[in-house]
Design a protein around this ligand. Sequence first.
Ligand code: ASP
Length: 291
Amino acid sequence: MQHLVDTTNLNRLQIDYILNDAKEFKIKKPIALLRDKLLITLFFESSTRTRSSFEVAAKRLGASVVHLDPSRSSTNKGETLEDTFANLCAMEPDGVIIRHEENTIPQQLAQMQLTSVINAGAGNDTHPTQALLDLFTIKEHFGDIKGKKIAIVGDIISSRVAHSNIRLLERMGMEITLVAPPSFMPQSNLPQVENLEEIIDKIDVIMSLRAQLERHATPVFENYDEYAKKYCITTELLGDRDILVLHPGPVMRNIDISDAILDDKRCKVLEQVQNGVYIRMAVLKLLFLDS
Ligand code: ASP
């Protein structure tokens, strides 16, 4: 039984398989490779892209998908998450795709060894398929990414996208600089700056992040317009530099990225979403067919 809790579960060969399969699926949609598989999605936090992307990916491969809405489930009646999960597993799905606000939940459920667990985002730490789709999008643009320089900008400390990407992109040879105000900066050995202008001439990619308001116990900034003056990715900031702009979504327009840059061809937000389906197809294939 194979799980995907973090990209650290994957060896280099498996990462290459995922990237290659995703590339092939993008060129030619495959036949229903997972026709006999049934997956359950269990999302304890809201999601627009990731949940629908997993569902589209599974259905493109011919699998069936059942969604359990936890706000209407018995975890609301006092059932523990482990019991809810064990009950779902008694229906013998091939895998459960889970999102949860706590970092360790996917790992805990995986250790129960009842079904394949796929992490669709946990707490502020792991979001493996997002990191893989970001890697795919960067590689699609540059080919060889070794030595390419990326600035991760925004609420890094609360972002599972940032933490997952830091682990994966560093492993793949990219050079990462963290760009954030002190209250959004995690403890890290990576280079850190407070102003993006300081390094704008040296970077190939910007990964902009949303302020994770739902993870802040008390508001960090009173006024995000002030924050935006320093951290919003704008035409004035980029000039005509050849820099790729990424964002995992949801984008806070004109706080994370300006309207003009969202319409600029350097901004790959919708390509990330498109690639996310192919990456998740490749992940499902790896977990259910290739292992
Ligand atoms: N969609 C991403 C996540 O689930 C990023 C975000 O919500 O800001 O973490």
